[in-house]
Design a protein around this ligand. Sequence first.
Ligand code: AGP
Length: 615
Amino acid sequence: MCGIVGYIGYRNVTDVIFKGLTNLEYRGYDSAGLALRDENEIKIYKSLGKLVNLKNELEKRKSELKNPVSGIGHIRWATHGSASLVNAHPHTCNCGKLAVVHNGIIENYKELREELIKKGCIFKSQTDTETIAHLIAHEYANTKNLENAVRNSVKKLQGAYAICVMHKDSPDEIIGARKHAPMLIGIGENENFIASDTPAIIEYTKKTIYLDDNEIAIVTKNRVKITDINGNIIEKRIEILPWEPVSLSKLGYKHFMLKEIHEQPDVIRNELSGKLYDIDANVILNEVKLNAETLKNLNKIEIIACGTSLHAALVGKYIIEDLAGISVEVEASSEYIYRKTTTNASTLVIGVSQSGETADTITAIKQAKEKGAHILIITNRPDSNMARLADSLIPVNAGIEVSVAATKSYTAQLISFYLLAIYLAEIKTHTNKEYIKNLKHELIQVPAKIEEILSDTTQIQACAKQFSSYKNFIYIARGVNLATALEGALKLKEISYINATGYAAGELKHGPIAMLDETMPVLSILIPGGITYEKILSNSEEAKARNAKLIALTSSDDGNIANLFDAVIKIPKISEILSPAVACVPLQLLAYYIAEFLGKDVDQPRNLAKSVTVE
Ligand code: AGP
């Protein structure tokens, strides 16, 4: 969480940092701030809330600024200390000569703070970050060398940090350092950048160096020096970013979320190409680095993920067990890391993450790796920390996703699971060949079916309007679409703040049915031909008998559906096993339009962030 941008170069420093922060705003948006080196001074600007407030603050005080030559900026997602002006970054030391921005959590900050107070430091905020500022300032007073001061200081920090530091008396450099939090350097001509994520720099350069844990970057206008924590120089590889700046534009859509929902057919086509091109040929998945013999004998898979990625994992479990007959366990990363697991060297562990930076999932993957498991990562960010831990890496190639609510990265994850399940089934060879062939045929049709939904969203918009005033929803489904119900409810919750719960339809009568009345709509996912269709219809009848308003998401032509349900969202015909890849789309749209009607901040819902880099 939080976003960091540092710049030193010939451009308008304020503009570069502000633009960079704008492109990182999806990471956090409680408050924001800048430290600029201008006329031999460090000038600090802060504001509460969204970046537009920082823009206004800069505008108000623009006469103070002459010609800034470097700067660091930050957008905050509060961890230690409330979202307030005093807790906003950058933080400074007693004399105000040093400024620091920080992403992560310093676990021993209380002890350090007490020591520093004894040495005369005066703390203004409740943050852990301010400790870093005083610590480095103290070291600087002894060494008069910023690089060494940062190095000596970070050795004392426990926890996670990506920091960017500047000092009035060390005018030509910005120092970056990281441990368990992402940080990269953007390389330009007569200019260089530091950032916590690539969107901050993509407009200016595609040349990047990723810092690894315990590395320090000394960045000047014309040089980037990377050292380890002891000061030894490290030669790092320059990587070229795969993104284009255009992917950060809304391209005429009102919100990034809507744009990203509409990108799904192309994302899926892109993902299938080269892997599934002929239904008579086996799926090609060269990304899986385990040999066929090992895969044939594989009998346990564990999938670890959080949030929406966890829902993709639930679909993954269902289809891998169905198609390949391999037993799959799915667990939230945050649970996996705090228990004794049975993971061992013969387990295939799959980590799923849109961002590739989710702290809980990274920790879980590291634990599984230590136990000798083969690690397969499914992510939209092949440049992420999680991707670097992979023995096998499946990049879902959905293109950068800006909206905090994951949409296209979810469908892309689902498609990866379908490909993986078919790949494993074809290696195992015991699954009915005709069944697999039909599935492949249908998988190729998925983008067109989604296009059909996107081409006319009037029924979804009408349903959103009809139900936008309700305060509680239950989404029910069974089997492979239980994950769709959970994901649909999560989408509604996160962008409209309406209490929506996904439930296994059969569980309704074991408790939740007590809540049902005319104020609690029930949305049922009904895929005819599926083994649970009739059962979900009965569960819906039970809800109706308790006066609940009913919404059907279905591909059924059954005329009785319109009689039973108060609203019907029709989707194209599709087999039950593949239906999650299509059924999730109208639920994304339903959440989107409800949030839109309610005037919510769709792309940046409150309290959330795109990359959850703290545990
Ligand atoms: C998705 O809409 C959510 N914003 C959230 O649940 C997200 O899926 C979760 O934080 C996991 O993130 P990851 O996929 O980047 O690991």
